[in-house]
Design a protein around this ligand. Structure first.
Ligand code: BG6
Length: 494
């Protein structure tokens, strides 16, 4: 791998502390970083290199890392404070990089990571380019941009335009950490490498598909951000639509960034536009209310720090959508996302149709659950003869769990995506047209939310408002009730 410097904007922020530095340290430990590398943290707070290293050591103190190894890693880490809103300050960065280059022998390749408020994205990129840091003369310069990428279709288009004014699309890596999850990538292998699944992955055999991303935590200390985002911008527009695309896409002719992203984009472009009637009947918005969970009183959303009094922001969203193409015509997809639900679970459940001729009247349909997290794995549900006289049937299952694979440590999403960006592989990053297609699809929801739609309260620790159950029951279907163990469904520990 090429030697390089990783420059993190937002270096004193939460993501850097919780995700980026730990991910880079893991890559260092497993020898996946280039032999010669450096990390430069940039933000407004004043630190010297030494103080910043000390801050990171204390940030990581709860993780039980080997202190000797951590100190070695941190000897590659530097810090520069600038006011990112002041163009003049950006001159400090090439100067600092020159010192680092000399000390660490790293050459000119740079991976920038923008983990800042989104309003700063184009300013930062523009000012870096102005001091020559976008140029790729005998080196590469790549820019990872965190979500949210835009606030609606218009702002996403403007941001794309601004960035394209400074950089080539190939230099821009829009990160969606769901695509970095091993289990989400496995959807493609599971589907396209196994003829028994691929041959039935269509509307002839599938009745409906559920996609759930549930979290047991509330908004924690991100109330200010979340209150403007809501579940729609926080999870649906990005993670859920990307996940949906991985479940529904056609096979690319080869696994490369361009062909793979072509197929992802096509799925999003084939989503049936949401009509007013869809919004009234197939969209449910909810907000968690204070409740007791495990003997503990938890706050309602409106009592959380940073949340506006009487806020109508949704912390729960369920949506039924359709994909208008040959493979999926007539198969509804039910999506649900929420905070303060009974468990932290992300999974897809595919419900197959009953056999054409129903010899056994009470046989249950087949299901396949692809578990993203936790207890990562796959669960196949099928009917079996109930032992004894007669031909009663019962539903049983077969399961696979990733932790059964011996000697395999799954990379976390951030580890995987940072590694890909260092290798120049953009396959799992979102292209400009894809991001705009996602915004285009959700724009009617944004407009609808602007007209004070109904937002139903639900007690923290429950599966959302009752309207969510009604939405699928109306169609004669049900949601799975997932638990933290993949195979447990009916006896969920709350
Ligand atoms: C982030 C959202 O993108 O994804 C958070 O901003 C959410 O609100 C998180 O908690 C969920 O990610 P994961 O990997 O825990 O499912």
């Amino acid at each position: 791998m090429d030697s390089c410097t990783i420059v993190i904007f937002g270096a004193s922020g939460d993501l850097t502390k919780r995700m980026l530095i730990p991910a880079l340290f893991t890559l260092y430990k497993i020898k996946k970083l280039p032999e010669k590398f450096a990390i430069l943290g940039v933000s407004r707070t004043v630190f010297s290199d030494t103080l910043y290293r000390e801050k990171l050591t204390s940030d990581l103190s709860s993780k039980n890392f080997d202190q000797q190894e951590l100190a070695e890693f941190l000897s590659h880490v530097y810090y520069q404070n600038i006011d990112t809103a002041q163009s003049a300050d950006y001159k400090l960065i090439p100067t600092k990089l020159a010192t680092i280059k000399q000390e660490q022998q790293v050459g000119d390749n740079i991976l920038f990571y923008l983990s800042t408020p989104p309003v700063l994205y184009s300013t930062i990129v523009g000012d870096l380019v102005a001091v020559g840091l976008g140029e790729q003369k005998n080196c590469w310069r790549r820019f990872i941009i965190e979500k949210p990428f835009g606030y609606d279709l218009k702002t996403a288009q403007v941001l794309n335009e601004q960035l394209h004014g400074f950089l080539a699309e190939e230099q821009i890596y829009r990160i969606d950490h769901y695509l970095g999850k091993e289990t989400v990538q496995n959807f493609l292998v599971f589907r396209f490498a196994n003829s028994i699944f691929e041959s039935s992955w269509n509307n002839k055999h599938i009745d409906y598909i559920e996609i759930t991303s549930a979290e047991s935590i509330g908004v924690e200390n991100r109330g200010g951000y979340y209150d403007n985002a809501g579940a729609m911008r926080d999870m649906l527009q990005n993670h859920l639509l990307q996940t949906l695309a991985m479940v529904a896409m056609e096979p690319p002719t080869a696994m490369n960034a361009s062909l793979m992203r072509d197929e992802i984009t096509k799925v999003i472009q084939h989503l049936r536009p949401l009509s007013e009637e869809d919004l009234n009947t197939n969209l449910v918005l909810g907000q968690y209310l204070s409740s007791h969970i495990g003997g503990e009183q938890v706050l309602g959303y409106q009592e959380e720090k940073g949340v506006a009094e009487n806020s109508r922001t949704e912390t729960f969203l369920a949506l039924k959508l359709n994909i208008d193409n040959e493979r999926w015509q007539g198969v509804p997809f039910y999506l649900r996302i929420g905070k303060r639900l009974p468990a932290r679970v992300a999974e897809i459940t595919v419900h197959f149709k009953n056999t054409e001729y129903q010899l056994f009247k009470n046989a249950q349909h087949n299901t396949i659950t692809l578990r993203i997290q936790p207890d990562e794995g796959i669960l196949l549900g099928f009917s079996l003869k109930e032992p004894g006289s007669g031909f009663d049937t019962k539903k049983v299952s077969m399961d696979f769990h990733y932790d059964e694979l011996e000697g395999v440590e799954l990379l976390t999403a951030y580890e995987r995506l940072l590694l890909d960006a260092l290798n120049g592989d953009a396959t799992l990053f979102t292209r400009s047209d894809t991001i705009e297609a996602c915004w285009q699809f959700v724009q009617p929801i944004i407009d609808y939310k602007n007209n004070s739609p109904k937002v139903y309260g639900y007690a923290a620790g429950t599966w959302g408002p009752k309207e969510v159950t009604e939405m699928v029951e109306r169609d004669g279907r049900t949601w799975r009730s997932p638990c933290k163990n993949l195979t447990a469904e009916e006896f969920c520990e709350l």
